[in-house]
Design a protein. Structure first.
Length: 485
């Protein structure tokens, strides 16, 4: 790896780059799934290659290759410089980078049980048992389970002398039960929708999720939803479960704080951002109990946004985003930090693979816990709805107006959960919604959820992010029916 990277780096600098960095990556993935007590997918892949990013004539250039021979590496680095010089013909201003120190380091994320050492047969056996358990409930017509394992090995070299080697193992697992009745479809997922729970750890994640034990409850709720009442429409106090609140943070806080969206250099996948520069340290984003951080450090937890260094060689940071409700921070790169006068990047540049240029990406953007348990917040709620497990989301191209639907809801009357509700949805405007937050549960309810499928860029890059959250209550929110039957 190091020989390949050094060859490319030397060529880029010899061709006239004023700055260059090289990433060599080896990514291994194993994906397993079952459907109705039959194996559905069993696939394994491995991808190895090198990407070269340069500045020449004041502009960026990038090229990549999976042909790791001397001639191909030289051609790749030369092409990156040529692209930069072509880009310079239409640049408005020269690229400036916030300063960064030379770093030489080796880091491996904690992993107790290497998932690639667990036999495929053992994984499938567990998932087939889950399918069978889900299908025991009369009315469940589709049972699906999945596991996803990744090992990401990366070496980063830069022209300032940095030499950083990192290894991360990521594990995800979950399942869904679906019930069809006439023209109506209901589903329940565990432990979360869209692939379950994902973290930067090993197979111990699967072992801790207690997947099989929760299958009967999930199946029963799926069938019960067919008979449940529709969510009432109107204005209610709402309590969001932790995983749903994690997605709320992702969409209405995480994306709008990406500084490339703010500056207008990124507009794919729901556009730019309402958080223009004059709002920093001025906007009361949320109520004063709300504190949100972007934290890539291991002390925050093993999230999909956890690492030691980003793809510019910047150390992992913990960055306050909302402090006592006040908007105080963006996600930055070395370039965007320099553009807005900040002394240093806070380390959020990441690329999906060796053949993609790094972009500003969410790390672990998390709502810090408050105090108390969920049952205490419910007991303190006179008339409300509890929303659990995301089913759908929609947000405008400035990340301001939104609507979310969840798989299930429960009406709350006089401090008690009463009837089950189907097709629940809620919506609002970002700052109004967050300013209505008046209760956040404590550390005992806090979970660092993984979102493995965040898309950004063109060509599109899919990246994992982390979102820690405890259930929280929001006052006088518009609620209604997401799907009519």
């Amino acid at each position: 790896m190091r020989d390949f990277a050094q060859m490319a780096l030397d060529t880029a600098m010899a061709r006239g780059a004023s700055y260059a960095d090289v990433r060599v990556m080896d990514v291994r993935q194993r994906y397993l799934s079952t459907k109705n007590k039959q194996p559905s997918q069993v696939r394994e892949s491995q991808s190895q290659g090198l990407g070269v990013r340069v500045i020449a004539d004041g502009a960026w250039g990038f090229a990549s290759t999976d042909d790791l021979t001397r001639s191909s590496l030289d051609a790749c680095a030369a092409q990156a410089v040529e692209i930069a010089r072509a880009s310079a013909l239409c640049r408005k201003e020269e690229v400036r980078l916030a300063p960064e120190e030379k770093i030489i380091d080796r880091w491996s994320a904690p992993c107790s049980v290497d998932p690639f050492t667990v036999p495929v047969s053992a994984c499938l056996d567990l998932m087939l048992k889950i399918d069978a358990e889900l299908l025991k409930a009369q009315g469940v017509t589709l049972a699906e389970a999945a596991m996803d394992f990744r090992r990401i090995e990366q070496l980063f070299l830069s022209s300032i002398g940095s030499d950083i080697y990192q290894v991360k193992t990521q594990t995800g697992a979950g399942y869904t039960a679906t019930a069809f009745a006439g023209d109506e479809i209901q589903r329940r997922s565990y432990p979360n929708s869209f692939g379950g729970q994902h973290q930067t750890r090993g197979y111990e994640v699967v072992e801790e999720l207690d997947l099989l034990a929760n299958a009967p409850r999930i199946a029963e709720e799926t069938v019960a939803l067919l008979r449940a009442d529709q969510c009432p429409a109107g204005e209610k106090d709402v309590i969001l479960g932790g995983s749903q609140l994690g997605l709320q943070v992702h969409e209405s806080v995480g994306h709008p704080i990406e500084l490339d969206r703010v500056l207008g250099t990124e507009a794919n996948f729901a556009g730019m951002s309402f958080l223009t520069l004059e709002k920093l340290h001025m906007l009361q984003y949320a109520s004063n109990i709300v504190n949100i951080v972007a934290d890539a450090t291991l002390t925050h937890g093993p999230g999909l946004g956890t690492f030691a260094y980003d793809d510019e060689g910047v150390p992992a940071h913990s960055t306050p985003i909302i402090s006592n409700g006040l908007f105080v921070g963006y996600l930055t790169s070395r370039e965007t930090a320099a553009q807005v006068g900040q002394p240093r990047s806070n380390g959020t540049m990441r690329a999906e693979s060796w053949n993609r240029i790094p972009l500003i990406r969410m790390t672990n953007v998390s709502l810090l816990p408050g105090k108390g348990r969920l049952d205490e917040v419910i007991a303190d709620t006179e008339d409300g709805i509890y929303f659990e497990t995301n089913r759908s989301w929609s947000i405008d191209d400035r990340r301001y107006n939104f609507q979310f639907g969840t798989e299930i809801g429960w009406e709350i009357k006089h401090g008690k959960k009463t009837r089950m509700l189907k097709n629940p949805s809620y919506g609002g405007m970002t700052t109004e919604f967050w300013n209505s937050c008046d209760a956040i549960c404590g550390p005992e309810e806090w979970v660092l959820w993984g979102t493995p499928n965040c898309g950004k860029g063109q060509p599109m890059q899919t990246m994992g992010t982390g979102h820690g959250a405890s259930p929280a209550r929001f006052r006088k929110v518009k609620v209604g029916v997401a799907y009519s039957s």
